[in-house]
Ligand binder design. Structure first.
Ligand SMILES: [Zn+2]
Length: 67
């Protein structure tokens, strides 16, 4: 299984074994101009924070209890 990813925001390597990261995979559908396109990208935590800072509405954050 692949463990090294490239952050699409800054181009740095993300070691999936040592750091957490954002992985987005989106299959665009009929009601978009990207019909039938599969988009995928990775962001390191730093770039994720930058992304959040440009959002108008803050993301929903909940505490996760370990199982
Ligand atoms: Zn990054």
């Amino acid at each position: 299984m692949k463990q090294i990813y490239i952050c699409n925001g800054c181009g740095k390597k993300i070691n999936g074994k040592e750091q957490d990261f954002l992985h987005v995979q989106k299959e665009w559908g009929y009601f978009s101009s990207k019909d039938m396109e599969l988009h995928e990208f990775y962001l390191c935590e730093e770039c994720y924070d930058k992304l959040l800072s440009v959002l108008e509405i803050p993301v929903k954050i909940e505490e996760v209890t370990e199982v």
